[in-house]
Design a binder for this molecule. Structure first.
Ligand SMILES: C[S@@+](CC[C@H](N)C(=O)[O-])C[C@H]1O[C@@H](n2cnc3c(N)ncnc32)[C@H](O)[C@@H]1O
Length: 357
């Protein structure tokens, strides 16, 4: 019955299979560019790892690869612009209002740091707006994917991506599951070049590693004019360490613009391996919140402040909080959310601006 019209379930399975193949093409392209940038080839694993490394991915690796593909939807598809306008645009607007990049060729553009940069879209947008933008990211899945999009894509709309194909739940219609988006919606090198031609002096770079470890070092003391954190500060086991590091690397008078919820990733840390959040599974997976305990801070417990408490601590650490925009209804947003799904995980993120004393 299911194989015949009108259901045609076998056709559905074939279509899902093709969609997964298309997603795998992107994953392969990311892998190829990553291997090439490390001077390796796909067969090098045999001698370097002494075996079949291609079959050694853990379930966590596969989950992260899948959620990285989903994140391409948020950062690099036209359809993802709904989330980007709720999350990145307000930050760009605040920055333009509070720290406008000079149009003079004589003056270096302001340096802006983006910790937890994900797939790098905000970093590119900041560079195009005329800032010297530096992204920082811990996850090598995200780093490989952002490097691929930023440095190795050749044109806009180069690849079809089926962000929601591998989940069969909460679809009203089959075409909702099989939505195709094209990535990247813009060709990063071209838009950056266009911005330069238009007189913007911005630039873009990425650093690898744990934000606290990289940016608490003396070389980063008082180096940035602004730090922008988007859906980031709740990824810390102890947010106080992030606050201290942000203070350390900002210049006196520097701006910290934060936007996001407080979905404390380490809240469910019971020194086991099951700490995932609701959105990890159904709506594409929020990579930053997924199972980081294997990396940092697992032994020392974790801290969950309310927003009100957090702002007090920010002030006690050496900032003046100058603007707070709490959870306006119109500013609600999903995170890698399928807008057509019957399940909608929606955040009411807060946005605030603090100035380092
Ligand atoms: C929820 S995602 C947000 C990504 C991006 N800011 C956005 O809004 O789309 C959080 C990001 O922070 C990264 N991250 C988590 N802990 C980190 C750390 N200690 N240092 C650097 N990056 C980290 C994660 O890998 C993930 O890409």
């Amino acid at each position: 019955m299911l194989a015949a019209p009108p259901i045609n379930y076998l056709d559905t399975l074939n279509a899902v299979d093709s969609a997964i193949d298309a997603n795998a093409d992107i994953a392969d392209a990311i892998l190829d560019s990553g291997l090439a940038s490390l001077g390796l080839t796909a067969t090098d694993g045999d001698e370097h790892a002494g075996g079949d490394w291609q079959g050694t991915a853990t379930k966590t690796d596969v989950d992260k690869a899948r959620s990285t593909l989903h994140q391409l939807y948020r950062d690099w598809s036209s359809e993802g612009s709904v989330e980007r306008s709720a999350c990145f645009t307000p930050v760009l607007r605040d920055l333009a209002r509070r720290l406008s990049p000079s149009s003079s060729q004589e003056i270096d553009p302001p340096r802006v740091l983006v910790p937890g940069a994900g797939l790098g879209r905000l970093v590119l947008d900041l560079a195009c707006a005329g800032y010297n933008a530096e992204g920082n990211e811990l996850s090598y899945h995200q780093l490989l994917a952002s490097s691929f999009v930023l440095n190795h894509t050749t044109k806009a709309n180069q690849f079809p991506l089926y962000p929601f194909a591998s989940s069969f739940s909460n679809h009203l219609r089959r075409e909702d599951q099989l939505q195709k988006v094209m990535i990247p919606d813009v060709h990063p090198a071209s838009v950056l070049n266009d911005a330069t031609v238009a007189g913007k002096q911005g630039s873009m770079s990425m650093t690898t590693g744990d934000f606290n470890e990289v940016y608490s070092t003396p070389e980063y003391g008082a180096t940035f004019d602004a730090v922008t954190t988007v859906f980031f500060i709740d990824t810390a086991p102890n947010v106080l360490t992030y606050i201290e590091t942000i203070k350390h690397c900002l210049k006196p008078g520097g701006l910290w613009i934060n936007l996001g919820p407080l979905l404390y990733h380490f809240e469910s840390n019971k020194n086991d391996d099951d700490a995932t959040t609701a959105e990890d599974d159904d709506n594409g997976g929020d990579q930053g919140r997924a199972k980081q305990k294997d990396r940092i801070g697992t032994k020392d417990g974790s801290l969950q402040l309310t927003h009100e408490e957090l702002l007090k601590v920010v002030e006690m650490t050496g900032f003046v909080v100058e603007e707070v925009h709490e959870a306006e209804v119109e500013a609600t947003t999903g995170y890698v959310q399928n807008p057509r799904s019957m399940l909608q995980n929606v955040y009411k993120p807060v946005r605030w601006i603090a100035v380092k004393v």
